[in-house]
Ligand binder design. Structure first.
Ligand code: IMP
Length: 212
């Protein structure tokens, strides 16, 4: 059996593969496909975006697909950037960024730190919704994962991706980007959601093999 992991984000792919590799199925990524399409994440919730991606890629490539949508919710910003996490830097939220030679992730982090300058309430959480859809059987399900934390005063660490250099998980005194990958997988929103999805998938695979 083959399952397509519907992402081109190397950071996410590494995290998904390390959790799902012992499932006994061949894990493909969008980079293994002949024709690459980008599905616009234009919905208002992580769930809607994840379902949109899973169904589009599954119907197009005729393969079972795992897709996910994630982001960072900051209490002081009423839950923003949320579904806009990837392109937060480009949204006019007061104050444009001049440093154009930086990566999107760096621009997002600088913008968020600017908006929280001098703020005491730095509570935030990563959220993700992971969806599975098999176009042959029509079977689909989704799981959710949350990782609570706070936003640091300045970036630290080189691991992970996205907001990891400025996100301090609850119970830790270092950023997500300073944690070894195995530790991030243990506590991260994605790790939690993908492990729940893996349990459901195990039941599906057992059923396909005719096991009780
Ligand atoms: P996507 O739309 O699911 O690809 O993710 C949106 C954005 O959320 C990413 O580009 C990152 O900026 C951020 N994000 C999602 N998951 C993580 C994570 O585990 N660490 C850091 N940033 C993340």
């Amino acid at each position: 059996m083959k399952i397509l992991l519907a992402t081109t984000n190397e950071g996410k792919l590494r995290e998904l593969k390390s959790i799902l590799e012992d499932l006994g199925v061949e894990l493909l990524s969008l980079r293994d496909m002949d024709r690459l399409f980008e599905v616009e994440e234009d919905k208002e919730t992580f769930l809607e975006n994840a379902i949109k991606k899973a169904t589009f890629y599954a119907n197009f490539y005729k393969l079972p697909v795992i897709a996910e949508d994630a982001g960072l919710e900051v209490d002081q910003l009423n839950g923003y950037p949320g579904v806009y996490s990837a392109r937060f830097y480009s949204i006019d939220f007061g104050g444009k960024l001049e440093n154009q030679n930086l990566s999107k992730d760096q621009k997002n982090n600088i913008k968020l730190l600017k908006l929280l300058e001098g703020e005491q309430n730095r509570k935030a959480r990563y959220k993700t919704v992971v969806t599975y859809y098999d176009p042959t059987s029509g079977l689909g399900f989704w799981t959710e994962g949350v990782c609570e934390g706070t936003i640091a005063e300045k970036p630290e660490g080189t691991g992970g991706f996205g907001y990891d250099p400025i996100f301090i998980p609850q119970g830790y005194d270092m950023t997500m980007a300073q944690l070894p990958p195995e530790e991030k997988n243990k506590i991260s929103h994605r790790g939690k959601a993908v492990r729940k999805l893996k349990d459901l998938l195990k039941c599906v695979l057992k059923g396909e093999k005719g096991e009780p």
